[in-house]
Design a protein around this ligand. Sequence first.
Ligand code: NIG
Ligand code: FE
Length: 417
Amino acid sequence: MERLLIKNIGMLATPEGREARRGQEQGRIRILKNAWILAEDGLIRALGEGEAPVPGSGQGEDGACGAEVIDAQGCLVTPGLVDAHTHLIFGGWRQYEMEQKLKGVPYLEILASGGGILSTVRATKAASEDELYDKAKLALDEMLSFGTTTCEAKSGYGLDEETELRMLRAIKRLNEDHPIDLVPTFLGAHALPPEFKDDREAFISLLCDKVIPEVAGQGLAEYCDVFCESGVFTAEETRRILLAGQKHGLRSKVHADEIEAIGGSQLAGEIGAVSAEHLIVCPDEGIESMAKGGTVACLLPATSFYLGATFAPARKMIEAGVPVAMATDFNPGSCPCLNMQLVINLGCLRYRLTPEEVLTAVTLNGAAACGRAASRGSIEPGKLCDLVIWDAPDLNYICYRLGSNLAKQVIKTGKPV
Ligand code: NIG
Ligand code: FE
């Protein structure tokens, strides 16, 4: 049996539970001072305040003999961060769009002229599975160094069956090989491919009748997502695609209300989507629908920052009983950022959430947004021992400091990485 004891934790901060926390519960977390955590075979076995069980002595409630010991030196420990929205796999980058962006050309206009997502689609089609794998592996290494231990990963830069499957296979291999656990999402409806520009119907039918069954049949995705946006896919098209996904066992996510509100968040609640994402311009009816449907709002504040957009109405969502998660949206266009610590800063400074609400958003609620709340997202017996030991004395400190990597030691499944 492999055992790990983390002792001398100055502050242990964690949400609790095995599902998303909403309303006032989002800000209720457990704080232990002078704490310890004992893990066995990758799972949290016990935790407490005060004297830690002494390895080798059989002391403590179950004796911690033979445990590897990490001294947290009085630092903050939280659950590993869950990045519940990333476009992890793609070819190339888009730094050449900087000039257009600085001139004020809108995101959707760059896309409509064949750039944006479509230019990444060209680069992704040209990349082999190994090239996609190698590039994403570097991104995962960096995410891990910032404290991310689980991350959702979307396809969506292939748009054709072959490239989408290649992207999803790369995700599957990375999930097997890399310490970060991945949750695969099929986002075949990320843009209308140019070859279908005069026949949207044919593309949507192809997705529903051919590609979704294939992806689901091969077990390559758990979720189906659609970019529901003005000039991309309408709410009705989104409904059709997501329901086809559900029919084949793929749970729903929606890119909703990112730039224009065209009904994505309302739809998310209606069809029981697990999460709706972005929600920058989410209307009240969308918030109501998500509250009713039990949909997690997965907010992406670094994208608002990067697009120079407004920030999602996070406080309103919490007040309405919608669980709020936060993620990076890592992608080559609207947010080339791998760092959940920036997301933590923006959650406090721009959404005006409390440090406690933010912690829940980037751990337990992030886990709920990708169906993993039963196994991770909090420090409790029986959950995976995924932790971050921070170069910080308390929770406020990681919300307050900006621009440094404060993750001192990341633990994944009971192992220092
Ligand atoms: O979540 N909005 C759609 N998808 C991404 C951006 C993709 C891109 O620009 O490459 C997003 O922001
Ligand atoms: Fe996205």
